[in-house]
Design a protein. Structure first.
Length: 369
C-alpha cells in the first residue's frame, strides 16, 4: 500500500494556536485542589483534563499521569541516547536526543495507544491534538507529532486488550516498518524506516497556517457499571419492592435525607425532586451521611442547555480523596421523586446482593496436581 504524501501530511497535520494557561488540577473537574503546582498547557488541554477528572475522579488523573510517564520511560529504554551528530549544535544536543527522532515518534504513538485503550479514541484525539496547539509550534515537528499520534490511536483501538508491553511492541514494529514519521538530517519529514536510528535531524523553526481547528471538550469512554448478575443457584438478598409511595416515605424517614435538605439549603438549592435525587446518588455511592454539597461550574449538557454538577460529600476520605456522589443539576431537577426513591431502593438491593455474594463460602482450590 502506498504511503501518504509527506508534503500533504505537513500541510494537513497543523492545528490552530490555542491560549496558554497555568493549569492546576481540580477534583472532579470543578473543585480546586490546594497546594498543587501549576503546569503550563493549552486552555483546551486543561478543559479536557477537567473533563477526565469529572468522568474518572482523581484516580483517572493519577492514571493519566502514569500513562505519560510510562510512554517517556519506555521510549528511553527502547531508544537510549545516541552520539550526537556533528551537524547538531552543542546547545541543542539534549533537545535532539528527545525530539524529532525515533524515540520521539515511538513516545507519541505509544502514548496515544495507551490513552486510547483507557479513554477511547475521541477523548484521546481531542487531548493529543490540543497538546500541539502551542503558539509558535514549528510546522514539521507539529505534523510529525500529530501524524504519529494518529497511528498510535489506530494501534490502541485495534488492540484494546493488549498488555502495555504488547502494545509497545506493536508500536515499535510500526516504527520499524516505516509507518511513523521522523525528521531527517535536512530538517524534513521522512518515513521512520528511511532514517537510521541516531541519525535524525532537528525540525526548522518555520510555522505554517492551521488545517485543523481547536478540538472541543469531549467525554472519555464510560465503563459499564451494571451489577454483576447472580450465579445460578446462589441466594441473593432482595428488598421488598414496595410501591412508590412507600419508597418515598421510607426515604424521607432516613436521617440522611434530612441531611441532604440541610446541605441544599446552605447552598441556596431547593426542590423535592432535587433532594430525592441527591439522596439517591448518596445512597448509590454508599455515603455514610451528608455533610455538604458543592456546586460545579456551569457547562452545557448534551442538548446544549446550561447545567451544573452537584457534588455531595459525607465528610470522610477514601484512598482516592473525599468520598462523594455527583449528579447533574438538570437530572436532579427533572427526575421525579418517585423514580429517585425507587433508584435508592434499587441501589440498596444491589449492595445487599453484593454483600451476600461476598459472604458465600468458597470452596478451597488445590494448587497441586
Amino acid at each position: 500500500m502506498a504511503r501518504p504524501d509527506l508534503n500533504t501530511i505537513r500541510t494537513n497535520f497543523q492545528v490552530a494556536d490555542d491560549e496558554m494557561i497555568d493549569y492546576r488540577p481540580r477534583a472532579f473537574g470543578a473543585i480546586d485542589i490546594p497546594f498543587t503546582d501549576s503546569v503550563r498547557m493549552t486552555k483546551t488541554e486543561g478543559a479536557l483534563i477537567d473533563k477526565l477528572t469529572f468522568d474518572r475522579g482523581l484516580v483517572g488523573l493519577r492514571e493519566f499521569s502514569g500513562i505519560k510517564d510510562r510512554a517517556f520511560s519506555e521510549g528511553v529504554e527502547r531508544f537510549p541516547d545516541n552520539p550526537v551528530p556533528g551537524n547538531i549544535p552543542a546547545g541543542s544536543a539534549n533537545a535532539w536526543q528527545g525530539n524529532d527522532g525515533h524515540r520521539d515518534a515511538f513516545r507519541h504513538a505509544y502514548w496515544n495507544a495507551l490513552m486510547t485503550q483507557k479513554y477511547g479514541e475521541t477523548w484521546t484525539n481531542a487531548f493529543a491534538t490540543a497538546h500541539e496547539g502551542v503558539p509558535g509550534n514549528t510546522a514539521n515537528r507539529e505534523a510529525m507529532d500529530l501524524y504519529n499520534n494518529e497511528i498510535g490511536r489506530s494501534i490502541g483501538a485495534a488492540n484494546r486488550n493488549a498488555s502495555p508491553e504488547e502494545l509497545a511492541n506493536l508500536v515499535e514494529q510500526s516504527l520499524n516498518q516505516g509507518k511513523l514519521v521522523v525528521i531527517d538530517r535536512s530538517g524534513n519529514l521522512e518515513w521512520s524506516d528511511r532514517v537510521v536510528r541516531g541519525q535524525h535531524g532537528l525540525a526548522p523553526n518555520d510555522v505554517i497556517g492551521p488545517h485543523l481547528g481547536t478540538p472541543g471538550v469531549v467525554s472519555t469512554e464510560t465503563l459499564s457499571h451494571n451489577a454483576t448478575p447472580a450465579t445460578p443457584g446462589q441466594a441473593v438478598a432482595q428488598l421488598a419492592t414496595a410501591d412508590a409511595a412507600q419508597n418515598v416515605e421510607r426515604m424521607r424517614q432516613d436521617p440522611m435525607y434530612g441531611q441532604v435538605v440541610t446541605a441544599m439549603q446552605a447552598k441556596g438549592l431547593e426542590g423535592d425532586a432535587m433532594a430525592a435525587n441527591l439522596y439517591a446518588a448518596a445512597t448509590r455511592e454508599r455515603l455514610t451521611g451528608v455533610t455538604s454539597i458543592e456546586v460545579g461550574k456551569q457547562v452545557n449538557d448534551a442538548s446544549g442547555n446550561p447545567d451544573r454538577t452537584l457534588f455531595v460529600f459525607d465528610g470522610s476520605n477514601g484512598p482516592l480523596g473525599p468520598n462523594h456522589a455527583r449528579l447533574s443539576e438538570n437530572e436532579a431537577r427533572n427526575t421525579s421523586v418517585d423514580v429517585a426513591a425507587n433508584n435508592a431502593v434499587d441501589a440498596r438491593t444491589q449492595q445487599l446482593a453484593a454483600m451476600t455474594l461476598d459472604q458465600e463460602p468458597r470452596k478451597s482450590v488445590s494448587m497441586t496436581a
